[in-house]
Design a protein around this ligand. Structure first.
Ligand code: AMP
Ligand code: GLY
Length: 427
C-alpha cells in the first residue's frame, strides 16, 4: 500500500476537519498543515508557511518528502498552485488536490462561471456582466428586472462581493460604485443577476476529471443573528443531511448540474482533480446554481467529514490517479451538526488572545478549531472571529444539535457567542 506524506494548506475549521479525517487513514504516513491552527496540532505538524508562497512551499515539499498536497482554501488554486506544480520538474509528479488555474476560474471569476453554465445549459439565474464602458447596458438590464437586485463582484472578494439591493435607484448607484472600485480590482467587472427565491444547500463532489462521487449534502447558516438576520459571516453552523435534498431533488442536481459541469470541464480541456462545491438554491423543487466554489465549504466540511464513512485519502488517491471510479464512498446515515463558537463583535471587530478553557471536559462532540492558537507554554487562545466548530452526530438533527449545545456550555472564553437556531428552517 502506498503511503502519503501530505501537506494540507489552510488554517480554518475546514482544514481542521480535513486533517481529522485524513489522520484516520491507514494510507497516511505523516500530515503537515500550513499554517494550521491551535487544533490541527492534534493531527499533524503545523508549518509556518503561507499557502500563497509557492516558492517556500516548493522548498518544503522537496525537503520533506511530501507526495500529496491538499488545498483547503481557494486563493492558492485561483493563483495557480496546480499549474505551478505541473510546470516544475521537481514537483510535477506530486499531485495537488484541486483544479488547475483555468478550473479555479469557476470560483475566481463569476463572469467565467456564468458563461460556463450558459455554454453547458446548466440552470442558473439570468445575468449580464457589466464593465465601466457598458454601465448603461447594466442600468437597462436592472430596469428590466424585478426587485430585489443582485450585484456580484466578478473576482474573489472574501465572501463580501455580493450585494442584494431592494430598490432600483440604489441598485444603479451600487453598480456604479462597484465598477468604480468598491471591492478593488475584483469589482471592475460586475455580474448583475436575477434574484432567485428559495432555500439554499451545498452539494460537494470529488472528481478526477472523468468520474465523480457525490459527498453528503449540507446546509450552512451564514448570518450572524438567529433567524438568519444581521450581517454575513464565514458561517455560524451547518447540518447534514438536508431534508429537502431528497432523492428526487438530487437526481435533478446530478443530471442537470453535476454531470454537465464535469463533462463541460472535460470538453473544454480544463484539468480538474479535486472538490467542486455547488452552491444551489431550490426554487419550487428545481435546483439552480447560485455559485461554484473550487474547494470544500466552511463550516460544511465540519459536518460532511463526519458523514464520510470510508477513507478520504483513498478517495483523494483515486482523484489524483484517475481511478476514482474504483474507490468506495460510504456515507454514515446519522445526522451531523456543527455550531460555530465565535468572538463577540464578529463579523465586525473583535478581541483576540482570550484564553480558552474547558475543552478537556467536552464529551461526545468533535472540536474543529478555526481561530485558535497555542502559546509556546501551551495556553490555548482565540486568534480569530470564528473560534471553534463543535460538531456532533445524532440519530436526529435535534439530538446532534443538543449534543453540540451541551458541549458549548463547557467551553469558555471571554466574549463567547453562538447561534442557538442552527437547522431551524429544515425538517
Ligand atoms: P455567492 O457569493 O454568489 O454565493 O452569494 C452570496 C449569497 O448571496 C448566496 O449564498 C445567496 O444567499 C445570495 N445570492 C447570491 N445570488 C443570488 C441570487 N441570484 N438570488 C438570490 N440570492 C442570491
Ligand atoms: N460556507 C460557504 C463557503 O464555504 O463558501
Amino acid at each position: 500500500m502506498k503511503k502519503y506524506t501530505i501537506l494540507l494548506l489552510g488554517s480554518g475549521g475546514r482544514e481542521s476537519a480535513l486533517a481529522w479525517k485524513l489522520s484516520q487513514s491507514d494510507k497516511l504516513e505523516k500530515l503537515y498543515i500550513a499554517p494550521g491552527n491551535g487544533g490541527t496540532l492534534q493531527y499533524g505538524e503545523n508549518v509556518g508557511l503561507s499557502p500563497l508562497d509557492f516558492e517556500a512551499i516548493k522548498e518544503f515539499v522537496v525537503s520533506n518528502g511530501i507526495n500529496m498536497v491538499v488545498v483547503g482554501n481557494e486563493d492558492p488554486l485561483v493563483a495557480g498552485i496546480f499549474d505551478y506544480f505541473a510546470a516544475d520538474a521537481a514537483l510535477c509528479e506530486i499531485p495537488v488536490i484541486g483544479p488547475s488555474k483555468a478550473g479555479a476560474q469557476l470560483e475566481g471569476s463569476k463572469d467565467f462561471a456564468k458563461e460556463f453554465m450558459a455554454r453547458h445549459g446548466i440552470p442558473t439565474a439570468q445575468h449580464l456582466s457589466v464593465e465601466a464602458d457598458t454601465i448603461e447596458d447594466g442600468y437597462r438590464f436592472l430596469e428590466s428586472m424585478k426587485a430585489p437586485y443582485v450585484l456580484k463582484a466578478d473576482g474573489l472578494a472574501a465572501g463580501k462581493g455580493v450585494l442584494i439591493v431592494p430598490e432600483l435607484d440604489e441598485a444603479k448607484m451600487q453598480l456604479k460604485a462597484m465598477l468604480a472600485g468598491m471591492f478593488g480590482a475584483s469589482s471592475r467587472k460586475v455580474v448583475v443577476e436575477q434574484f432567485l427565491s428559495g432555500i439554499e444547500c451545498s452539494v460537494f463532489v470529488v472528481t478526477d476529471g472523468t468520474d465523480y462521487k457525490i459527498l453528503p449534502v449540507a446546509k450552512d447558516y451564514k448570518r450572524i443573528g438567529e433567524g438568519d438576520t444581521g450581517p454575513n459571516t464565514g458561517g455560524m453552523g451547518a447540518v447534514s443531511p438536508v431534508s429537502f435534498a431528497n432523492a428526487e431533488f438530487m437526481q435533478k442536481v446530478e443530471e442537470r448540474i453535476i454531470i454537465p459541469t464535469i463533462k463541460g470541464l472535460k470538453q473544454e480541456n480544463i484539468t480538474y482533480r479535486g472538490f467542486i462545491f455547488f452552491g444551489l438554491i431550490n426554487v419550487d423543487g428545481e435546483p439552480y446554481v447560485i455559485e461554484y466554489n473550487v474547494r470544500m465549504g466552511d463550516p460544511e466540511t465540519e459536518v460532511v467529514m463526519l458523514r464520510i464513512g470510508s477513507d478520504l485519502l483513498d478517495l483523494l488517491e483515486g482523484v489524483s490517479t484517475g481511478t476514482l471510479a474504483s474507490r468506495k464512498l460510504e456515507i454514515d446515515s446519522r445526522y451531523a451538526t456543527t455550531v460555530m463558537v465565535v468572538s463577540d463583535g464578529y463579523p465586525g471587530s473583535y478581541a483576540k488572545g482570550k484564553v480558552i478553557t474547558g475543552l478537556e471536559s467536552v464529551e461526545g462532540s468533535i472540536l474543529f478549531h478555526a481561530g485558535t492558537s497555542r502559546d509556546a507554554d501551551g495556553v490555548l487562545r482565540t486568534s480569530g472571529g470564528r473560534v471553534i466548530a463543535v460538531s456532533s452526530y445524532g440519530s436526529t438533527k435535534k439530538e446532534a444539535l443538543s449534543q453540540s449545545f451541551a458541549n458549548i456550555e463547557k467551553i469558555n472564553f471571554e466574549g463567547k457567542r453562538f447561534r442557538r437556531d442552527i437547522g431551524f428552517d429544515l425538517k
